[in-house]
Structure formats: C-alpha cells, structure tokens
Ligand binder design. Sequence first.
Ligand SMILES: Nc1ncnc2c1ncn2[C@@H]1O[C@H](COP(=O)(O)OP(=O)(O)OP(=O)(O)O)[C@@H](O)[C@H]1O
Ligand SMILES: [Mg+2]
Length: 193
Amino acid sequence: MRIAFFNTKGGTGKTTLAFNVAKDLNMFLITNDGSTLENIYHNKVKIVKELEVYDDSKVNIVYDLGNYLFSDVTKVLEYSHIVVIPTTLDPDAITKTIRTVQKIESYCGKIIIVVNRTESQTKSKSHYIKSIAQLKELGKELFMLRKSELMPNSMFQGETILEQISTNPLTKRSATNFVMEYQNILYSIQKGT
Ligand SMILES: Nc1ncnc2c1ncn2[C@@H]1O[C@H](COP(=O)(O)OP(=O)(O)OP(=O)(O)O)[C@@H](O)[C@H]1O
Ligand SMILES: [Mg+2]
C-alpha cells in the first residue's frame, strides 16, 4: 500500500498529516523533511533526497512529497494507491491546488483533497463558499479538517492525534469535531487502498 501527500503549495499540512497517517496505520514514512521526524518516528522514517518507488506490495509506505522536484514525484504519484492533497483556503493555495490536481489526475488513482486549518467563523464568508465551490468542481472527494493544536502537538510530542486523545480524556472532549474529521480522512484513505 502506498499513500502520497502532495501539493505544489507549501505549508498546507503535508508533513504533519503524513506523519499522523503513517503512524496510525503503522506504515513507513518517506520524506525529505528530516528535521523533527527523525526524532519522533525513529526507525520507521526514511529521509531521502532522491525519490524511488518501492514496488513491493508487502511494504506499506506513506510518501510526504514536499520539497521535491516535480519531475521526481511523478513516478511516486503514479504508483500510489491514493494521493492526498492538503490545502488551505487562501487564494494562492486554491489556485495551486487546482493546478496540482489538473496536472496529475490523468495518471493518478484516487485523489482526495483535504481543506486544512478551517475555522468555523469563516464558513459563512463569501470567499470560503467560493473557494469550496471551486474545489468541488474538480470532482474529487473533499474533506474538511479544522484548526487544532493537536496538529502541531503531534510533531512536537511524536504522538498522533489518536494517541493524544487516548492518553488525555480532556483533550478528547475538547477536540471531538476535529478528531471526527481526522477519522473520516483516515477511513477514506483505508477504504481507497
Ligand atoms: N489543522 C491544523 N491545525 C493547526 N495547525 C496546523 C494544522 N495543519 C497544519 N498545521 C500547522 O501548519 C504548519 C505547516 O504544516 P506542515 O509543515 O505539515 O506543512 P507542509 O505542507 O509539510 O509544509 P512544507 O510545504 O513546507 O513541507 C505546521 O506548523 C503545522 O503544525
Ligand atoms: Mg513538509
């Protein structure tokens, strides 16, 4: 099973989500973002400057495809069972996300888009509604993931979202909606692989 997290737009949550999904699904993680991952995911993370596809169906790999050349990621995207494209709702992210999907959809399998760091107070705003409508036109499954401290915390502590709520019942109560959204994404990924 191979899952790729990709968007040509930076800072959309690729690495954080890739780490959470990899650890929650007990998969290896391939990335070139070595900074913290090396410390928090020890022997299950491989930091590589040049990508290669592991065409072994017994090895389950999550690829965090930030900061690689586009020419290098193509093959990995092609060989992935599912490509997750996290985005935010700022105009530049929306434009780049649309371009990214259009560029890769002809040779990718299942693509899902995660609208990350959403905030409930912006949901009624016209720019939000317009951006969501633009993304929907791409015809891909769309998931929302609201803003939560559990995301940066996962990288600081090396504990996934699900691990954080299982060790702290208070966290679980205050982050119910966020956790539900994350679990929906996880479920869709598992279903598609
Ligand atoms: N849902 C969220 N709630 C709060 N903070 C978030 C959320 N998602 C991501 N972040 C924060 O946004 C920042 C960027 O996330 P991350 O590094 O995972 O993005 P990236 O796409 O890997 O960036 P790059 O393109 O630079 O590799 C991090 O500080 C992360 O903790
Ligand atoms: Mg990254």
